[in-house]
Ligand binder design. Structure first.
Ligand code: PA5
Length: 430
């Protein structure tokens, strides 16, 4: 991936960061890089995620999904980091696969029922993913999916792949039914696990090129260097950090490709759950080019100066011509393609923000394919790890998320948790 920070500089944007401040910040980037490399070399918790391009074994994943490789549809049951990486990959590459993908993360009963009813169960594979194996939403949805298969007379044990930790209720269940299973690698938090079995089982069932995903990520890993001026991932992480410190507390991620819409969702989780600690962190917002030019752009160009817009832009894409018309006022469209229109809209948006002095960063990939996507996911993860070092937070923990998970289980009688007692006390006070 390439990163262009020109429109984030103080000479053109407010808030903006001066070249001199970035040069000073670069000393911290060099230290952070050393820390990151050490963490990777020692396979420390979290940093190990940046070793996934070398650690993940595509053959092992393909072997596990072999029994369902011809499935017409795939339902992935998981939430947060156990769903968004897989959804990002399969949604981005959907035009390369005939397999229909459904992701059950939410437990909204009407939505779950509709999604299940839309699936040809006899031809559907089940991909259950939970690192802890205890997440209430995932386990509940899995039980619901199992029951739907049983009611339709379909043997779910023949069609299920489990990805989970070494032990826990989901691991026990997989063992009891002798289900094909994969292990979430040690030291890899959920939101950093897209390039492990967690994100790649779904890609394998859809027949995507796992090697290309990992090769793209490995190429991005090669760009990690002790200076933000030499490393695109660190340029992004350091610039967003510096802009946050200067008042851009909101980072609106705006991919210019419908297929990357889920990537913005994935990014929002990565950024929020990793950096939102100790009263620090930048709030991610999700937008989609060109659609949100007709809504959020007004705020981004003329609202409070508390935002950065991060464009994610493929340089090449498939195209389609716009048919000519004899309506004179529309004749200009007939000389263009939809791709040219989209490109013109992106350039106009980027330039209009720059003209209004609103900071924006362009993250470019060559095209949306497995190789480039692997690089983008890896690059954004490395950017996030770097930003975490600069903020001085523990990027790889998520105590607030864990608090809510325990409270939920406790409230439903799934164990004794002080978090659940705190909720009960609070509701009694109302
Ligand atoms: O990034 C994280 O750690 C979280 O978003 C988890 O992935 C999410 O809570 C799901 O957890 P689990 O995989 O244990 O079911």
């Amino acid at each position: 991936m390439n990163v262009d920070i020109g429109n984030a500089l103080a000479s053109v944007a407010s808030p903006g960061v001066s070249r001199e401040s970035l040069e000073r910040l670069d000393e911290q980037v060099a230290d952070a890089h050393e820390r990151i490399e050490r963490g990777m070399a020692n396979a420390e918790h979290g940093y190990e995620a940046l070793n996934l391009p070398e650690r993940t074994d595509p053959d092992e994943i393909r072997a596990a999904v072999e029994p369902v490789a011809d499935a017409e549809a795939l339902v992935t049951v998981g939430i947060g980091g156990s769903a968004l990486g897989a959804a990002t990959i399969t949604n981005a590459l959907a035009d390369e696969s005939d397999t229909e993908t459904v992701f059950l993360d939410n437990v909204d009963p009407e939505w779950v029922t509709q999604r299940l009813e839309s699936l040809p169960l006899e031809e559907t594979a089940i991909n259950v993913v939970s690192r802890s194996g205890t997440t209430a939403e995932t386990l509940a949805n899995f039980l619901v999916v199992r029951e739907a298969f049983e009611s339709a007379g379909v043997d779910w044990t023949e069609r299920t792949i489990v990805t989970t930790g070494e032990s826990g209720p989901l691991r026990n269940l997989a063992d009891r039914h002798d289900l094909p299973s994969l292990k979430v690698p040690d030291g890899v938090p959920g939101r950093f696990s897209a390039l492990s079995a967690v994100g790649m089982v779904a890609a394998a069932v859809c027949g995507h090129d796992l090697e290309a995903l990992l090769e793209g990520a490995a190429a991005e890993r090669e760009t990690l260097a002790g200076s933000l001026f030499e490393c695109p991932a660190y340029a992004y992480g350091a610039t967003t950090y510096a802009l946050d410190a200067r008042g851009a507390g909101i980072n609106a991620v705006m991919p210019y490709a419908e297929s990357l819409e889920t990537q913005a969702e994935w990014f929002a989780q990565l950024w929020a759950e990793s950096l939102g600690k100790d009263d620090l962190g930048q709030t991610p917002a999700r937008a989609l080019g060109v659609t949100d030019q007709h809504s959020q752009l007004q705020l981004y160009r003329a609202g409070p100066r508390d935002k950065l817009v991060s464009f994610v832009v493929p340089k090449e894409r498939g195209d389609r011509s716009i048919p000519a018309t004899d309506v004179e006022e529309l004749a200009y469209l007939g000389d263009a393609t939809l791709g040219e229109l989209l490109e013109a809209e992106f350039e106009a948006t980027e330039a209009s923000l720059a003209a209004a002095g609103r900071p924006n960063v362009r993250v470019e990939i060559d095209r949306v394919d497995a190789y480039e996507l692997g690089g983008l996911l890896y690059g954004m993860e490395a950017a996030c790890v770097l930003a975490g070092e600069l903020y001085g937070v523990n990027t790889f923990e998520q105590p607030a998320v864990e608090w809510a998970k325990k409270a939920t289980r406790g409230l439903l009688g799934g164990g004794e948790f002080e978090e659940a007692e705190a909720v009960a006390e609070k509701t009694e006070l109302r």
